[in-house]
Design a protein around this ligand. Structure first.
Ligand code: SAM
Ligand code: SF4
Length: 347
């Protein structure tokens, strides 16, 4: 891993733009590498080498990092993992995030299994909304209990359904469902997922499988490109209309189903050659590495700098150096061999 010392001299103005014109305003913050599921594209069943507690950034360390990031132009934070809702105190952490000057938008990425969990009669979803979390992205690969179980190695679809209802009742401003495209599986799931998302008034996004697991997931056998998924959707829903003007906080390209007015997102990290052009993100892993790109080997050890007693100005300089090293585009198309599991990066 390249070593990056804070360089005071590089700390000039708030740096929100890298040399390729990516304007950085979004930080994905992973709060844990632990998860109560084992999705086969993310984390194989046998892989359970969790970070020790002292290797994981404390909430105070995460908050300090976001506070410094906010002074440089970070406006949006997405709390992720692993499964972020498995870390105790996560709603309180989100409430503290919402107090940081400059942070305008907080989202959570979750598998949904714990959203309906009650504490003192209040659901986790309600706690998050009360804390100021605006959007919930919920993984949903299948509505078929057996297929869900096969994909996640856990029989938790009923709990996810409760979680989705809890999220709707709690009043998130936006709910998205994320489905990772798996050849031989998702094809027959598409119509049901589309109908379900429409009923629940959620935005559905289909995500191309990326090489971000220690498992050899990116084989011809299970890779389903977004172009094929689009064609399959059109077979049942009619021709899709591209919506280039409709953007949310991510890289999804949205299309309209004219007959129903429903919008569907396609996230084609592997086949969309323009995928990285509008990237506005950095990622902070739960063990304190700042990553300029999901699909790059680059990561920088913010934890040791912070625990070494650096000032906020040093931390800001560190951030700026990482932004300055953000690559033009990801490396996924160049025989990328992940150096970290997705679960340890934060999706
Ligand atoms: N546990 C939460 C969840 O499942 O949504 C948050 C973390 S998860 C790593 C974030 C997102 O990454 C999920 O939407 C998941 O489907 C996606 N993901 C994981 N592995 C992937 C892969 N190999 N290719 C594409 N997306 C992946
Ligand atoms: Fe857990 Fe989310 Fe990874 Fe599935 S995708 S194993 S739910 S972190």
């Amino acid at each position: 891993m390249p070593k990056l010392e804070p360089e005071r001299s590089l700390w000039l103005e708030p740096l929100v733009e890298d040399p390729f014109g990516h304007r950085i305003s979004y930080l994905r913050v992973s709060v844990t590498d632990r998860c109560n599921e084992r999705c086969r594209y993310c984390m194989p069943e046998e892989e359970q080498a969790w970070f020790a507690k002292d290797e994981t950034l404390s909430y105070d360390e995460l908050l300090r990092t976001v506070r410094v990031g906010a002074t440089l132009g970070i406006k949006k934070v997405r709390v992720t993992g692993g499964e972020p809702l498995t870390r105790p105190g996560v709603a309180g952490f989100c409430a503290d995030l919402a107090q940081i000057p400059g942070i305008e938008d907080i989202g959570i990425s979750t598998n949904g299994t714990l959203l309906a969990k009650l504490e003192d009669g209040v659901t986790m979803a309600e706690r998050l909304v009360k804390a100021g979390v605006r959007t919930a992205n919920i993984s949903l690969d299948s509505l078929d209990r057996e297929i869900y179980k096969r994909t996640t190695s856990r029989d938790l679809l009923p709990r996810v359904m409760e979680g989705i209802d809890a999220a709707i009742a709690a009043g998130f401003q936006s709910i998205k469902f994320n489905c990772v495209l798996m050849k031989g599986q998702t094809e027959r799931e598409l119509p049901a997922l589309i109908d379900f998302a429409r009923e629940k008034k959620a935005l559905l996004r289909f995500i191309e499988l990326m090489p971000v697991s220690t498992q050899d997931v990116l084989s011809e056998d299970n890779f389903l490109p977004i172009a094929t998924a689009k064609k399959l959707v059109e077979q049942t829903a009619g021709e899709l209309t591209p919506l280039p003007e409709f953007r949310t906080n991510g890289p999804a390209a949205y299309h309209l189903i004219p007959a129903t007015g429903q919008r569907i997102g396609f996230i084609g990290a592997m086949t969309n050659l323009h995928f990285c052009e509008n990237c506005d993100k950095l990622r902070l892993t739960c063990d304190g590495k700042l990553r300029p790109c999901l699909g790059s080997y680059l990561e920088f050890d913010l934890r040791s700098v912070m625990r070494g007693g650096c000032s906020d100005a040093d931390l800001a300089a560190f951030f700026q150096n990482v932004v300055a090293r953000k690559p033009k585009e990801h490396d996924f198309r160049h025989n990328y061999q992940p150096n970290r599991r997705m679960i340890a990066i934060g999706g």
